[in-house]
Design a protein around this ligand. Structure first.
Ligand code: MN
Ligand code: MN
Length: 463
């Protein structure tokens, strides 16, 4: 009979933290890497800003604009800007294109609060914006906290005005009022999801009248006056505007050991940034590499900038054509990492998780075989063959990773862009960073997990 301890060591699988499994240099490198990530977070709070910032970084790395129909050369780097809201970057590999494309696909939109098309009004000595929330938010988290305004106003003559207020320390911020506890006895009895209704998410933007003698909504008038002074816009221009209210906080280290990063919009910039930098750092790849930064994931991947847009298969077809390949063969041989976050086990809410199959913070990048809800409804369930291949790729590079699924069976659910990509006959699996308080205005991730995501994407690009 063999020694039981040795046998257990040889036969069983145990999840290990990055601190335990990787050399100390990895942790040091993770801390350094997180500085670039934090800067990206602060520069890119909306999908439009993420596209602009990613293009800025890509240009520094020698990427140039691609237009449909363009000829391509091996070793060259390109980006396709889809309406300033989604971005497709690719590096042409040295091997034939029919070998397939290695794709990392993340999303760059995050849950937030959008302005309605007729937003401005005055009541009770204050002026406000009416809003319509975007994506899955817990509404009670957005009251009584500093907010910033980001977005664009497009005037009738086509002029676009970019707006960002609340990020500079000298800027004013905005606010959504909450009820004081003294008068909250009735509201406190309501379920959490009903305590703050969507129509109560009105953003406070002013309280000083333009002319105290004038009794025709003078506070609203003053807001309009100030907007006109600064941006040259009138109330009617809101009709063709996209203005988003996002938390005004910057990314910050969390903890005495500074091991965690708190920020707005980790979901899914925490996968977008590693996907992007993995592409930048893979020089002269054998396979053609693509990084997709998608819009509209939080609202169902619809529209011409979401992952369901035909631009994705169109781009693959154009790349295949330019390099003398059959698009169907290229797609059949392509492989994709759907780079999106997962929910980390939270001991404060342990009831929501099934401990044996939930990602743990700092235990590495999370491979999620299937997402969806109920009986694996609406999911891409990645094949064992593809996961087996990926295990080998990650093992060769010493990437620390863990398997995980989103909470308890029938506890809720969620999806990613994986199923839309897999639907084009491309091998796809979800791989991303575990997050604490996902979709909250301030989410938390572990630096070592962010870095393992980067290392996983680099390994994938080189495989
Ligand atoms: Mn996501
Ligand atoms: Mn999300």
């Amino acid at each position: 009979m063999k020694d039981a301890k040795e046998l257990k060591e040889a036969l069983s699988y145990r999840k290990k933290s990055v601190y335990e499994a990787a050399p100390k240099e990895i942790t040091e490198a993770a801390y350094r890497y997180s500085e670039g990530y934090a800067a990206f977070l602060d520069a890119a709070k909306t999908e439009r800003e993420a596209v602009a910032e990613s293009i800025r970084l890509a240009k520094e790395k020698g990427f140039r604009p691609y237009t449909l129909g363009m000829e391509l050369k091996a070793g060259e780097k390109y980006y396709y800007n889809n309406r300033d809201k989604s971005l497709y970057l690719f590096t042409v590999g040295s091997e034939p294109i029919e070998r397939g494309i290695r794709i990392c696909a993340a999303h760059i939109d995050s849950p937030r609060i959008d302005l309605k098309q007729c937003p401005l009004y005055e009541e009770g000595g204050m002026s406000f914006f009416k809003t319509h929330y975007y994506g899955g938010i817990r509404k009670y988290q957005w009251v009584a906290t500093p907010l910033a305004l980001h977005g664009v106003v497009v005037k009738k003559d086509g002029t676009r005005i970019d707006i960002s207020v609340g990020e500079d320390d000298r800027d004013p911020v905005f606010y959504i009022n909450d009820l004081l506890p003294h008068l909250g006895h009735e509201a406190d009895k309501k379920p959490l999801g009903e305590a703050i209704q969507g129509e109560k998410l009105n953003v406070l933007v002013g309280s000083r009248p333009y002319d105290p003698e004038f009794d025709g909504d003078s506070i609203k008038l003053n807001t309009l006056y100030l907007l006109h002074e600064k941006y040259g816009i009138t109330e009617e221009d809101f009709l063709s505007a996209e203005l988003c209210v996002v938390p005004a906080f910057k990314a910050r280290d969390i903890g005495f050991d500074r091991s965690l990063i708190g920020a707005y919009g980790h979901d899914d910039r925490v996968c977008a940034y590693p996907s992007l930098t993995a592409l930048f750092d893979t020089e002269a790849p054998a396979s053609t590499l693509m990084c997709v930064l998608a819009d509209k994931e939080e609202t169902g991947s619809e529209g011409n900038t979401g992952m369901k847009s035909a631009i994705f298969p169109d781009l693959i077809a154009e790349i295949a054509r330019a390099l003398g390949g059959d698009p169907a063969v290229v797609r059949a041989n392509s492989k994709c990492l759907s780079a999106d976050v997962s929910a980390a086990f939270d001991p404060n809410f342990s009831d929501a998780f099934e401990k044996r199959n939930t990602p743990l913070l700092s235990a590495g990048v999370v491979l999620t075989k299937y997402t969806g809800s109920r009986g694996k409804s609406s999911t891409n369930d990645a094949s064992a063959e593809y996961i087996g291949w990926l295990r080998r790729v990650m093992a060769q590079s010493g990437v620390i990773w863990q398997a995980g699924e989103l909470g308890k069976v029938d506890g809720g659910g969620g999806g990613t862009v994986a199923k839309f990509i897999a639907g084009h006959n491309i091998e796809t699996v979800d791989l991303g960073v575990p997050v604490i308080s996902m979709h909250a205005p301030f989410e938390v991730v572990s630096k070592v997990d962010v870095y393992e995501a980067y290392r996983a994407f680099v390994a994938f690009c080189n495989a």
